[in-house]
Write a protein that binds this ligand. Structure first.
Ligand SMILES: [Zn+2]
Length: 347
């Protein structure tokens, strides 16, 4: 706390004492110690504002001009075959057209069967899109979220390749996960810090706790080109500043399906009427991020290297878990319920 007051006084002096803010001396990082309660992180409920149109968010990768690729076979209208949304998935979007830049017109859930109405040519990422009819009307789902029966081979677009896509089916976990780095918890979950701080050295590889989709990547532009990557303590304006990654520095948010979560967390979601919803995990203060928006990451895949970037007083990983039903959490982070990471880990 002494450090905090000293730094605050210095900041006030720099603002009112004739020197300009740009000459403010760097915040002092406390020396690294083995003390268990280093105040490495003061982030609390930081809102990530919306920065883009959610429907145009390239959730699975870059989308391109779709018009030229749409080609529904007339033959397909006369065939009868079923496709099933892969049972392990939670909520799946049905879009108004066969690309991610079409808006979401309906949602469905894993395990649902639909009569196949048609198909598109493969998109630039190699995925075919299929038309189905939902109670909300006809729409499109991407090939990697469905299982196709052999009956569908009569469809002019569907080949053996479409019947045997890479199988992402993952068993629902029966136990909790290992921590995303081989480290101890520096700060656990509590009301003023609804997250873990993991006591990582700089550049510790950080891995995904489960398979999921990268729904947000934040870049701390202020962390580059300066004598220090961090700022501490932090004030409201810093926590609202995208140049500081809203205090998170460089960060990644991964969306996970309900079915891929440990039973402890699934029960908690059931209790909160979020069965088949999503879990979002935000990993913060990275020195380097190694994944991109829209990428599907596997359990154990490296997300980046830990750092001391953003609002941080010492190298650590801030690990924050939320649950909800939104496909993306852009601009809606505060609306998602915070989750104690104890429900995810054997600690
Ligand atoms: Zn933290």
């Amino acid at each position: 706390m002494g450090n905090f007051i000293q730094t605050l006084v210095k900041l006030i002096q720099s603002l009112f004492g004739g020197s300009t803010p740009t000459t403010t001396p760097p915040a002092q990082s406390p020396p690294q110690t083995d003390e268990p309660h280093v105040d490495s992180c003061v982030l609390f409920n930081i809102e990530i504002p919306s920065t883009q149109d959610l429907d145009s968010l390239p959730l699975y990768g870059p989308s391109t001009d779709a018009e030229a690729d749409i080609d529904i076979s007339a033959q397909s209208l006369n065939i009868s075959c079923n496709i099933q949304i892969r049972p392990h998935l939670g909520i799946v979007s049905v879009r108004g057209g066969p690309r991610l830049d079409f808006g979401v017109i309906a949602r469905t859930v894993g395990g649902t069967f639909f009569k196949l109405q048609g198909a598109s040519e493969k998109d630039p990422d190699g995925h075919r899109w299929y038309t189905i009819t939902t109670p909300a009307g006809a729409g499109w789902v991407r090939g990697d979220v469905v299982i196709i029966t052999e009956d569908c081979l009569v469809h002019s677009f569907i080949t053996e390749d479409d019947l045997t896509p890479p199988d992402p089916i993952i068993e629902t976990p029966t136990e909790r996960f290992p921590l995303p780095a081989d480290v101890r918890i520096n700060q656990g979950y509590h009301s003023r810090h609804p997250a873990y701080d993991l006591n990582t050295a700089m550049n510790t590889p950080i891995t995904a706790v489960s398979q999921g989709l990268v729904v947000r990547v934040g870049e701390c532009t202020n962390c580059e080109g300066r004598s220090r990557p961090n700022i501490f303590p932090c004030f409201g304006n810093i926590l609202k500043d995208p140049a500081w990654g809203y205090g998170y520095g460089n960060f990644v948010t991964i969306r996970h399906d309900y079915a891929l979560m440990p039973p402890t967390l699934r029960e908690h979601m059931d209790d909160n009427f979020l069965t088949d919803g999503f879990v979002y995990i935000l990993y913060a203060h990275f020195a380097e991020v190694h994944v991109r928006l829209g990428e599907v990451v596997n359990q154990g895949q490296r997300l980046g290297l830990s750092g001391n970037h953003g609002c941080s007083s010492a190298p650590h990983l801030h690990f924050e878990v939320r649950m909800g039903r939104d496909e993306t959490i852009d601009g809606q982070w505060l609306n998602q319920k915070a989750v104690n990471p104890d429900l995810l880990f054997e600690v």
